[in-house]
Structures are given as C-alpha cells and as structure tokens.
Write a protein that binds this ligand. Structure first.
Ligand code: ADP
Length: 377
C-alpha cells in the first residue's frame, strides 16, 4: 500500500524537468541586479525579485499587490505619472530614463524603467502582462548633469578670452595694414597674449582636474627647499602683483628648511592660492609665508582683498563654485582652482584652511606634515 502511494506521489520526468527549469529561472531572476516585476493584465504583481523590493523600498512580498500602490512615479518636471496608465498604453518594449521614483518620505531616485508587454502564462491561458525592469540611475544622472554643466561652464569661460584675443589680433592686423603704428600693434598683441596665457592656465587646470578625477596622478616625494621655493614664487608673481599696484612679500621663518613632499603639487597649491590672492585683491597686497606647523610646515597666503562671506567659505572648494560678488564676477575664472587644490592636498596629506572676512582679506593655509607616507598610484 505504502509503495503505491509513493509511486503515485513520485513526479513524472517531465514534471521534474519543469520544476528544475522553474527553479533555475527563479534563481536567475533573483540574482539579477536590476529589479524585475511581472504584472498581469489587471496591474497586479505576479512576480518580483529581491532587487525590485530594494528599489521600491518594501520588505514584504509584492505578489498580489497593485502596481499603482507600490510605485509612485514622476516625470522630469516632477509631475505625477500614473504608472498603470503608462504601462497599459504600451504595445512594444520601451525604456525610459527620465522618471523619478518617489518614496513615502518624499525622497526620490532617478529610475531607469524598461517595460515589455509579454505573454505571461499565468492565470487563464493567453493572459497578457508586462515585465518591468528597474534600475537606480541616480548616480549616472548626476554624472550626466555634472558633465553637461561642465561643458556649458567651460565653453562659456573659454569663449570670452578667445573673443578678446581674436579681436585684438584682428585689430593688430588692421593697424599694421592701415597705419603701421607699432605701439598700437604692440598694445593689441599684448592684450591678446594675456588672454592666451589665461587660456593656457585654464586648460592646465582642466587637465589636472581630469587626471585627478581619474585617479591618474602620481606622487613623487622629494626634498623641497622651502626658502628657495618661496623666493621663486615671489619672483614669478611679482610682475602680476605690480601690474595691479599690489605689493607681494615673502616671509620664511628661520627654522623652516626642507620638507619632504611632492614639489609639483605643493607648488601648484601655492600657485592657486597666490593667483587667487592677486586676482581678488584690489588694494594692498599679498604675503606668502612659511612657518613651522603641526610638526611640519605651514604655508600661508595672506591677502588684503575682497574677502569671502561665511556662507561662501563653505562652498569655495566645490567644483565650479564662484562667488556671486560682482568683484568676483568681473574676473575670469572657472571655479575649478580650489577644487583641484583640495584634490592635490588630499593626495599629499596636506591640510587646507581658510580664514576670511568680507572686505578685509583672506588667509589660505596649507599645512604639511614633515614626512608622510604618500599615496602612490
Ligand atoms: P576661480 O578663481 O576660477 O573662480 P577658484 O576655485 O580658485 O575659482 O575659487 C573659487 C571662488 O572662491 C572664487 O570664484 C572666489 O569667489 C573665491 N575666492 C578664492 N580665493 C579668494 C581670495 N583670495 N579672496 C576672495 N575670494 C576668493
């Protein structure tokens, strides 16, 4: 008798095969990184995987629930989108990268949603349904937005100096043909040259930035002769300061001698500080200092310039940030210098600090430990 029951219960080879297939499919769907939902004609969820629960932020099973109750969508202009209406109108597979998924707590994520009408094979024969694939693309979207912003800021910033340089060169050519007045030609070429130098600096910043972002910067540690470095910076920047009627002083404490770090990056950080100090100072001048600090060396660039408001001080190291102050806006700049500076400082374990008072001046400092284990790539 027992034997008979066992025989009856034993599955046929076809059943076993089907069960195996089913298990394989289930484990495949469950191991997918994308959220998967299968919906029947009545917009009820008939299948979901773990990733779908994660994306929709639910911890109970979704089976049997209506799609519209668990998925609140909005378009890119934050207008509500009825997901059930969206899906029922679809006859061929479609994808959408412009949707926002809104949660109960009002937070959102950027959703990639692919919808495919399918024959589900659930319920009555011939029942139609849909398979939805979902992916959180918030990170990609913010990268895309950042890239678009980057291109628009950079092209805007490049346009002005190119237009001025072009105008001056045309002018020089015109004068050469008409009057040949050398002093006027010289003046126009000097202005064009000035703009081209600025363009070169900007392209330098951009290329350092791109290398820093791709983690391609290497750190070569060497002995830096601090007094020599400060003297050299003073010599290089004196013409720029003099041109604006500013003084440029250098002060090195007697006990500051050598420092082990990346000469290239220390120089680049200080150059960024000095360029800004001269650029954002209208009266007075700039002091470059080196003194002992935190067991190492602290470099300071002190200016008597326009200063930075408390609110702006928190944002000046952000990518593209430029103060709204009209005195900042009348200068050329990309808002990348301090962002790059911070990246370089992190590479060489330097600490950057800013103290500033609006209309009084700013002090940017960079403190380097005497000898550090540098990050080598
Ligand atoms: P950029 O100079 O190209 O605008 P930075 O990243 O070097 O970009 O600086 C970001 C912003 O910080 C500047 O636009 C300016 O508003 C402010 N800033 C930087 N240095 C100074 C300074 N020494 N004095 C006043 N404002 C400064």
């Amino acid at each position: 008798m027992m034997l008979m029951i066992k025989r009856i219960l034993r599955k046929s080879p076809e059943d076993k095969q089907a069960q195996l297939e089913h298990e394989r499919l289930t484990s495949l769907v469950n191991s997918m990184a994308d959220g998967v939902l299968a919906i029947d004609e009545n917009m009820e969820i008939v299948l979901s995987n773990g990733a779908a629960l994660n994306i929709l932020d639910v911890n109970s099973t979704l089976k049997g629930r209506r799609l519209g109750e668990v998925m609140y969508l909005e378009d890119r202009n934050k207008r509500k989108v009825d997901v059930e209406k969206l899906i029922s109108g679809i006859t061929t597979a479609t994808t959408n990268r412009d949707l926002l998924l809104r949660y109960q707590d009002n937070s959102t994520l950027n959703l990639y949603l692919s919808i495919a009408p399918v024959h589900l094979g659930y319920g009555t024969a011939g029942q139609q349904g849909y398979v939805l694939l979902m992916r959180d693309i918030t990170h990609e979207k913010s990268l895309e937005e950042e890239r678009d912003e980057f291109i628009s800021v950079v092209s805007h910033e490049l346009r002005t100096p190119i237009a001025i340089a072009e105008g001056n060169i045309s002018n020089a050519l015109f004068i050469a043909e008409k009057t040949g007045d050398i002093s006027q030609i010289k003046q126009a070429l000097e202005e064009a040259h000035h703009q081209v130098v600025f363009l070169a600096e900007m392209i330098n910043d951009l290329s350092t930035l791109s290398r820093a972002e791709r983690g391609k910067l290497t750190v070569e540690v060497e002995d830096i002769d601090v007094p020599a470095l400060i003297a050299e910076l003073k010599t290089s920047y004196t013409p720029q300061a003099t041109q604006k009627n500013l003084w440029l002083k250098a002060e090195v404490a007697t006990d500051v001698k050598t420092l082990q770090s990346s000469s290239l990056y220390v120089r680049e950080i200080l150059q960024n500080f000095i360029t800004n100090a001269i650029k954002y100072t209208e009266e007075g001048g700039v002091t470059i200092k080196a003194e002992p600090g935190q067991g190492g060396v602290r470099f300071l660039v002190i200016d008597t310039g326009i200063g930075i408001s408390k609110g702006d001080q928190e944002r000046i190291f952000d990518k593209f940030f430029r103060s709204e102050d009209y005195r900042t806006r009348k200068t050329n700049g990309t808002g990348l210098g301090l962002y790059v500076t911070m990246k370089l400082a992190n590479l060489i374990h330097a600490e950057i600090d800013v103290q500033s008072e609006l209309n009084k001046g700013s002090t940017f400092s960079c403190t380097l430990p005497i000898a550090t284990e540098m990050v080598r790539h």
